[in-house]
Design a protein around this ligand. Structure first.
Ligand SMILES: [Zn+2]
Length: 311
């Protein structure tokens, strides 16, 4: 049988290539300030009536945003006033009551993406985003890709695990961590980068779906942003002790291979709160924290969510 969807999960644990640090594109877009009418100019000449006062500043009539507009990156901003529905390339995007939103770009996202707002008066506003490509670390291996796929006995164990993972990632908790600037869950040597990939005699293997941080077994790690624990599972076949935190608006973090989990499903966690200890449970070649971030189905680069540097 072919190894279908599970392959992308298998690689969570099995393809943690050790790669040296390299420069990452840090494409930044500054928020585009809302254009406001110029303030009333010099005092009017005598006998000329003053202009009628301009209304108080209104929310912008267009998108205001900033972020990392690159593959594996994200954008956060505010939709035009009166927006009732928001999409990215036609797919719905959650929007908070105050009009703020998060959208993100898969590792393999194309060169452009379009935000579209539908407003209560029936009009639409669009914003074209340019998504810069990344120079992913590609390693060519002069060997055939492993074939055969998993055994049926393995899949009997694996299927229910996958159902729990999919179910957890589909949960909506109303968490607000997506609004925050993320912090490092732990500082340490980067032993594997998001997006790196091996090519076996021309046939691409699955890419690495997370960031590997290896400060040593037993090191505590913390929540990079506020959230709700949607999965705290013991002894999954590949991920070991697996923790998934929902940050709200479709964004979630997964932490793999923990030695110990210090939170349980349903817990509300705050940024900086200890979540567990780093280990090598599941399929791991050594103790490390594999941190992956997803927004909907898009796989994201955690390095683009935290301040530069690996401590
Ligand atoms: Zn990894």
């Amino acid at each position: 049988m072919r190894w279908l969807a599970p392959a992308s999960l298998a690689v969570l644990a099995s393809a943690c290539a050790v790669v040296p640090p390299s420069g990452d594109p840090q494409a930044e877009r500054s928020p585009q300030p809302a254009s406001q009418p110029a303030a009333a100019a010099a005092p009017a000449p005598v006998a000329t009536p003053a202009p009628s006062p301009t209304p108080a500043a209104l929310p912008p009539a267009r998108f205001v945003y900033s972020g990392e507009l690159t593959q594996g990156g994200w954008v956060r901003g505010t939709a035009p006033i009166g927006t009732t529905a928001l999409t990215l390339d036609g797919e719905p995007v959650q929007m908070a009551a105050d009009g703020s939103f998060l959208a993100a770009f898969d590792r393999d996202a194309g060169g452009t993406a379009t935000l579209a707002a539908t407003r209560s008066d029936g009009t639409t506003a669009t914003q074209l985003l340019t998504i810069s490509p990344r120079d992913w670390q590609i390693e060519h291996i002069n060997a055939a890709r492993r074939t055969g796929g998993p055994s049926e006995s393995f899949m009997q164990r694996r299927r229910p695990e996958l159902e729990r993972i999919y179910g957890a990632r589909a949960m909506e908790t109303g968490a607000e961590g997506w609004r925050q600037d993320f912090i490092w869950p732990v500082r340490g040597r980067i032993s594997g980068r998001f997006g790196s990939q091996r090519i076996y005699r021309g046939e691409p293997g699955s890419y690495h779906t997370g960031l590997d941080i290896a400060p040593g077994a037993g090191t505590p790690y913390v929540a990079p942003a506020d959230g709700v624990v949607v999965l705290a599972a013991d002894d999954f076949s590949l991920e070991g002790n697996l923790l998934i935190i929902d940050h709200g608006n479709g964004l979630n973090s997964a932490f793999l291979h923990s030695q110990r989990l210090d939170v349980k499903q349903g817990d509300r966690v705050t940024q900086g709160q200890q979540l567990g200890l780093i280990g090598s449970s599941g399929r791991a070649t050594g103790p490390h924290l594999h941190w992956s971030l997803m927004w909907g189905k898009a796989r994201l680069d955690p390095l683009l969510f935290v301040a530069p540097g690996d401590g």
